[in-house]
Design a protein around this ligand. Sequence first.
Ligand SMILES: [Zn+2]
Length: 586
Amino acid sequence: MSEKNLSRRDFLRLTSLAGMGLTLSQAAPFSAFANNLEINAGHKPVCYFDAFACIGPRKYKHPAEPWKLSELISEMEHCSVSGALVSYTMSTYYDAMYSNLELSNMLKPYPHLFAVWNVMPGLTSEFPPPEELGRKMQAHHVRAVSLHPATNGWNWKAPYQQDILRWLNENQVLTIIQLSEFGNWQDLEELLTQYPQLPILLTSVYWDSQRNLIPMMENHSNLHCTFDNLQNMYGIEYMYGKGLVNQMIFGTNSPTMSAGAHRTFIDYAEIPEDARAKIAGGNLIRLLKGQQPPEEYVNKHEDELMTAVRHGRPLPVPIIDMHMHMLHEGLNGAGWSYTMENGGPKGIFALAKRLGYAGGGFMSWNGVVSVNTAAGNITTSQALDVAPPGYWGLANFDPVHYTQDELKKMIPGLYERDQRFIGMKPYHYIGVSYDDPSWEQWWKYGNDHHFYALLHSQSGNMAEYETLAARYKNVRWLIAHAGQSYDYADKVIAVIKKFPNIYAEITLTAVPCGIIDYLVAGAGENRVLYGSDLPMRDPRPQLGWVVFSRSSVATKRRILGENAMQVIKPCIDRLPKYNRPVIHYK
Ligand SMILES: [Zn+2]
């Protein structure tokens, strides 16, 4: 099927509705399209105040991983973030009060940075009781604290340990926590029920916790969250729609994570401007009882890509996404613990259009993570039927659920029947190492047809890639999630230097700050590829990670689109014209 089956008008109407964050059953009439166009014209940038920055030494740190105050300030300036709440690793890993005071001292010259103190019960001679702590906090203008009962070894459930919690609750002090410090979701439920006045900010929640987190926020108005790891598909729009706007907070975990990644999620959110301002900083100022950065800071040297993001406009360069999944139309979830709002073709292509996608390669979710490989190819093929121009498919096969004889028919069968497939996407859940002979006939077929493969390594070592790249030279082997950590990037760089047919696809929730530039410096600007893993993750933070890297515009263009064109070039003639992305610059 092609565009004939879905008129352009229908397509635009459907995608614009999905783009508004509505499911079809809630869909408004055609007028929503006009709203969408208006939003696409951009908006005035809002002032960002980061609720979750953390500096200081940490164990097992990679030498290239940023950790200093100066690196935080540099990242904030680069990404036009006007202020931040800053915590300090030593407040948890060394004497708390000594390090809290050290932090306040360090931040004194910076009126836009505010210390977060790590606090604990005053039951040992090392930490003051609540009233004395309160006086010290006031003297140092500290209005937010963190609690680490697990790491600091105290039992928050014991009644005699709870003076500190009662005091924070009475004084409504913003309390920043991570779930693992308090136990599980049921423990957090207890904490919220017991202390309903305590404004809690939960950081570091992953996108796969939405079924716990979002109903909990609906039931406890004192629970707030950041989106540092909560990069959920249409997450901002969905939670806004649930009435949670006053509980949604911009927080970056910078300089460990990219601040630009996190602001991009909010910059591109399709929500009213007052809601964007609340999430970017307004809610935090309210929780800090008026404490705020003295002025709005804008990076005057930003490039046109960064400007486009800050104004919510599509990027002025074409984007090709090399790592996308697809659910069936109408689905908002994918089994396991995964919620993926609007994760079918309508939702995905609407968002892609809004960001400036020129196309990309996608595979199913059910054929990959749900390990239903044959069914996955049908999902992909059906999504291609309704895809806008520029998109192609990656097939799923596996040698565990199917015999070698079956695969011998299935592999050529699919690729011959459907020319829109040019990629190979096996998965490590199959449990067979990619260089095992049982995969061979697929690699051989791909090699004969000059396909490419996207591989998520199960072992973390590069031996599989090395074996395959040497043996199947016509295949471009893409290492998925190459930007996950500096340690991993080192391995990827080493193997890319050895083989001309290995590439780095970046995506992962961690969005380490500086790692895009690190991969470019090590592997070369022609070997790094943008991918988002949508709809498992929302693509916006992943896109912002590249846009707010320190690379030149020319390098960003390569990562975002031109390198992908090189990867598909050897098999592009096979693709129907409709499915070939067109790269041109405005
Ligand atoms: Zn994936």
